[in-house]
Ligand binder design. Sequence first.
Ligand SMILES: Nc1ncnc2c1ncn2[C@@H]1O[C@H](COP(=O)(O)OP(=O)(O)OP(=O)(O)O)[C@@H](O)[C@H]1O
Ligand SMILES: [Mg+2]
Length: 134
Amino acid sequence: MNSARDVQAPPGLTNLPPLPLFLGRADALDHLHGTSGEGPEQRASGATVIHGLGGVGKSTLALAHAHRHLRDHTVVWWITAASSAHIERSLGELALHLFPAWAGSASAEERAAWATTWRALSLPGGRSAESRGL
Ligand SMILES: Nc1ncnc2c1ncn2[C@@H]1O[C@H](COP(=O)(O)OP(=O)(O)OP(=O)(O)O)[C@@H](O)[C@H]1O
Ligand SMILES: [Mg+2]
């Protein structure tokens, strides 16, 4: 598990689903960019919540944002959060891509935990925070 600190992602690693037809929403995309931790005054570890009525296009907006900024990041990973099992599966797939030698024989829970640790260490300041014992 400690090897999470040593694993570097290959640039361009992604599991983004293709973007379906996406019309309009230019203002929402700009706003999302400004609040999603990628604006000049934001921390890259920030989270943004998109809310609204069912079916108004929340997931598609997030997907369009992810595609628009795909090249700005080393890893872009789409985590399906319909249930805790879905989250575990998506994180587990990330572990399988990053550390197949270990993840191939790990449990789904172990894979997800490893990917969570890897993500925390990979955020800006993550590895230095760990080395300071934080
Ligand atoms: N900007 C857009 N242009 C064209 N079609 C869109 C756009 N946004 C969403 N859609 C279509 O509308 C439907 C619902 O979109 P989406 O699944 O993103 O909604 P949602 O708000 O995430 O729904 P839910 O509340 O069920 O999670 C999908 O078929 C999607 O392809
Ligand atoms: Mg949705």
